[in-house]
Ligand binder design. Structure first.
Ligand SMILES: NC(=O)C1=CN([C@@H]2O[C@H](COP(=O)(O)OP(=O)(O)OC[C@H]3O[C@@H](n4cnc5c(N)ncnc54)[C@H](OP(=O)(O)O)[C@@H]3O)[C@@H](O)[C@H]2O)C=CC1
Ligand SMILES: O=C(O)C1=N[C@H](C(=O)O)C[C@H](O)C1
Length: 272
């Protein structure tokens, strides 16, 4: 293990991503599993993190407050819910910690609040931490620049498991932003998130979104560029949450060495 291995705490450690993150940190020789936080009052406080994740005892117990482990960690990884994440960012600002945020579904106001904290906290914030999705974002930028103003209609289709609470997914929205940015369009103006009834023909500049929620789908995203006579589809399919978790641990190692500021996965992966 490297002498500079960051000590990582995982908030929301009993969740789908939280348990996967425990596994990912344990598999990384350059990261230390320093703690896990469950909801205040949760019956899981005191449970062994390895046993919670189903990977065998690790000798680190879950706690139900960040204060309980404030001196034990350097970087917090947070995949929870917007309000929880913002409260944790405030804690990181107060106590000089770095943070990796995977939570999606933040409103514009919540994103602005996050930006304010990131002036004081080294922060990686990304709706999708997989290498494949972040490469896909680059492919989309290239495709949009080449095709977008040539009469190709652009639609974003995403599918996720039945438990997901936000829609469209953070990744789908980021894909829409990337495509819109490449075409000098504003997603707020051109994004279409619902079509029902007599909604009329398609505006050529629309960027449409469609959402599927079903079963145990880990996460699938397609951006379609369609015109008369042909259709290009750029698709990413995640088949395991480990792809997100490995990306988050990589981001944690990276951000532990950074100054305060808001960063994305393209910074972590050196894709810009
Ligand atoms: N950026 C990325 O790569 C990815 C992002 N995500 C995003 O991550 C988020 C979480 O997803 P997922 O793991 O599926 O959701 P889960 O609901 O499975 O996990 C969230 C966890 O947070 C816990 N929690 C809620 N409040 C607190 C609190 N105050 N303190 C500590 N823990 C708390 C919940 O506890 P309880 O169950 O008791 O409520 C739950 O265990 C979503 O926003 C999702 O979109 C998901 C995958 C990849
Ligand atoms: O909630 C999920 O599961 C996922 N959420 C992220 C999103 O909203 O984009 C990323 C991933 O697709 C899984």
């Amino acid at each position: 293990m490297s002498r500079t291995a960051p000590r990582i705490a995982i908030v929301g450690v009993a969740g789908r991503m939280g348990r996967t993150l425990v596994n990912a940190v344990m598999q990384d020789d350059d990261a230390v599993l320093a703690g896990g936080i469950v909801e205040p009052g949760s019956s899981l406080a005191g449970a062994d993190l390895g046993e919670l994740a189903g990977v065998g005892r690790q000798g680190v117990a879950a706690v139900d407050s960040l204060e309980a482990i404030v001196d034990d960690f350097d970087v917090l990884i947070d995949f929870t819910a917007p309000k929880v994440t913002l409260a944790n960012l405030a804690f990181c600002a107060e106590h000089g910690k770095a943070i990796v945020i995977g939570t999606t579904g933040l409103s514009d106001d919540e994103q602005a609040e996050l930006d304010g904290y990131a002036e004081r906290v080294p922060t990686v914030f990304a709706p999708n931490m997989s290498v494949g999705v972040n490469l896909t974002l680059k492919l989309l930028e290239t495709a949009a620049k080449a095709l977008g103003d040539e009469g190709y209609d652009i639609e974003v289709i995403e599918s996720h498991h039945r438990h997901k609470v936000d829609a469209p997914s953070g990744t789908a929205l980021r894909m829409g932003e990337v495509v819109a940015g490449a075409l000098d369009r504003n997603l707020k103006e051109h994004g279409v998130f619902e079509r029902v009834g007599q909604c009329g023909p398609r505006d050529p500049k629309e960027i449409g979104f469609a959402t599927v929620r079903a079963g145990d789908i880990v996460g699938e995203h397609t951006v379609m560029f369609a015109t008369e006579g042909e259709r290009i589809e750029i698709t990413h399919k995640a088949s395991s949450r480990m792809t997100f978790a490995r990306g988050a641990v990589r981001a944690a190692r990276w951000v532990a060495e950074r100054e305060a500021g808001r960063y994305g996965m393209s910074d972590v992966l050196g894709l810009d």
